[in-house]
Design a protein around this ligand. Structure first.
Ligand SMILES: Cc1ncc(COP(=O)(O)O)c(C=O)c1O
Length: 521
């Protein structure tokens, strides 16, 4: 049988097509081998590295009590600050850099003897929760399970802080952002013009706000970033207990009204960073109501006294705030980078952060669904969000409220223990009222005047910092220099506190003798 040329042609073309397909597939599979990815080529080798890292980190936390502070030498810094290589040094090699060069020279705020600044000490389960978050790389909390996890965490925070159920809230990066967020809503809600559209360019009267002279400096930053200018933040003096003077505050507001300014917000402190003092929040709420002003509370760490057994009364009136800033990474010991803003007027909160071009939509705000109002992407600055509610959710659900209450109570009890040790010691003095979890104190032997006491205590801190950086820190209240221990540490024991007091005394006595000898020469 003879094949027609047509049939031959078409069968050639079928063969050709098959060959082309074969070559394309071969090229593709070749390509897929050479195409880049950050996934490991050898997953089993990677698994070994991962297990090693996890074991090492568990050991790190298990043995944290025995870690010493070690400042990075010039040699260490040179090993950290290297040029970026073209080819990369490999995961294992870089992990060695972390283990041998970075980790030993880090500030171990996880130590049971760390009471400097306000430093949360984290937890092993928190570390694991962070690993899950990083692994799934969640970048949104507006849908799927993430939305419900975020919403649930906000509900639990409101319940623990006894904040009204109707309030909304959003998780943010920490106390500073929590305050910024609350104040942004306050500004937009209380300005007598449309700040969202006109910005502060539309100001005809200066917007003024008020906090105590003991309030945290992050408030100043917020006020500056909100375009209000730090002069608009009136720093009201405090009484002997470091609480805002309500009479002076009322007078300042009156003065501003006389000047045709627009007093719009009172900020209360629930736990000042210097001494842990609490403003009279009920009195501030009363005044804000009378003056038709927004009432914001900075309860960054202090708000958590609400779950203590003995000290919840300090935060009475907190529930009356229009907005509350609180964090979870200090006294709640969650891995760093988590705070929360609660706001009662959910629409004001939403309308502050929803995009300008969506503002039209607000005209039909009554149609807003619950999920839109709870969507954290509409309630804070970032668009892409880390799924940080996961760690809060897992930690709160795993440990339960009682555990956190006991830890807060334990810190308060340990603080009282520390205060008693100092009170009993004739060579030491308490220098600010001890109300919650902070003790301000000095080593103060007889025969020394104010200037000498300051020099001596600065020297004590310098020496202690050389041995154990930020075991304690320092501050100045009403012009007086003092040492300061802030206890939000979930690893401290009373014996640690005792040894810190002994260290201060030993260092103090040594320096006192040196100063004395130098004076005689
Ligand atoms: C009372 C108070 N407010 C705000 C902040 C700022 O919080 P963050 O460091 O989480 O930004 C702090 C920090 O210590 C604080 O103590």
């Amino acid at each position: 049988m003879r094949l027609s040329s047509q049939v031959i042609k078409s069968s050639y073309s079928v063969i050709e097509k098959k060959q082309v397909l074969f070559h394309t597939m071969r090229n593709r599979s070749k390509q897929s081998i050479s195409e880049e990815t950050l996934d490991p080529r050898d997953w089993e080798k990677f698994r070994l590295l991962g297990h090693r890292m996890l074991d090492d980190m568990i050991d790190y936390l298990k043995n944290i009590r025995f870690r010493k502070t070690c400042f990075p030498s010039k040699e260490v810094i040179d090993k950290i600050c290297v040029p970026l290589s073209q080819e990369g040094e490999g995961e294992e090699r870089v992990y060695e850099v972390f283990q041998q060069i970075i980790l030993p020279h880090m500030l171990h705020i996880t130590s049971p003897k760390f009471w400097g600044v306000v430093a949360g000490t984290g937890s092993p389960y928190g570390m694991l929760a962070e690993m899950l978050r990083a692994t799934t790389n969640g970048a949104q909390e507006f849908s799927f399970a993430e939305l419900y996890v975020h919403k649930q965490v906000i509900t639990w925070i409101k319940e623990m802080l006894e904040f009204p159920k109707e309030a909304g809230g959003v998780l943010v990066s920490g106390g500073s952002e929590a305050n910024f967020t609350g104040l942004a809503v306050a500004r937009n809600a209380k300005a007598v013009f449309d700040v969202k559209a006109k910005g502060v360019q539309g100001l005809s009267r200066i917007l003024t706000l008020y906090c105590s002279d003991e309030a945290h400096h992050c408030l100043e930053r917020s006020v500056e970033l909100l375009g209000l200018g730090n002069e608009a933040l009136r720093r009201v003096p405090t009484d002997d207990d470091c609480r805002i003077r309500i009479d002076v505050l009322a007078h300042a507001i009156e003065e501003d009204r006389l000047q045709h300014n627009n007093p719009f917000c009172i900020i209360g402190c629930a736990g000042t960073v210097n001494s842990g003092a609490f403003d009279n929040l009920n009195a501030l709420a009363d005044l804000a109501k009378k003056e038709n002003m927004w009432f914001h509370v900075d309860g960054a760490f202090g708000a958590w006294v609400k779950i203590s057994r003995t000290h919840k009364h300090l935060a009475d009136g907190l529930e009356r705030a229009d907005s509350l800033a609180v964090d979870l990474h200090k006294w709640m010991n969650m891995p760093y980078g988590i705070g929360c803003t609660l706001v009662k007027d959910r629409l004001a909160h939403y309308s502050t952060f929803v995009y300008g071009h969506e503002a039209e939509y607000l005209k039909s705000a009554f149609d807003l669904s619950e999920d839109q109002l709870a969507n954290p992407h509409n309630l804070a600055l970032p668009l892409s969000r880390s799924f940080s509610s996961l760690k809060a959710y897992m930690l709160l659900r795993a440990h339960g409220k009682k555990k956190y209450s006991s830890l807060i109570q334990q810190n308060i009890d340990q603080t009282r223990f520390l205060a008693k040790l100092i009170e009993k010691d004739p060579e030491m003095e308490i220098t600010a009222p001890v109300v919650s979890n902070i003790v301000c104190f000095r080593f103060k032997p007889n025969e020394m005047d104010e200037t000498e006491i300051e020099v001596l205590n600065k020297k004590i801190l310098e020496d202690i910092n050389e041995k154990a950086f930020l075991m304690i820190s320092d501050t100045t209240i009403k012009g007086k220099y003092m040492l300061r221990a802030c206890n939000v540490n979930n690893r401290s024991k009373k014996e640690d506190i005792l040894s810190m007091v002994n260290e201060v005394k030993k260092t103090g006595e040594k320096n006192f003798l040196q100063m004395h000898d130098a004076g005689r020469r």
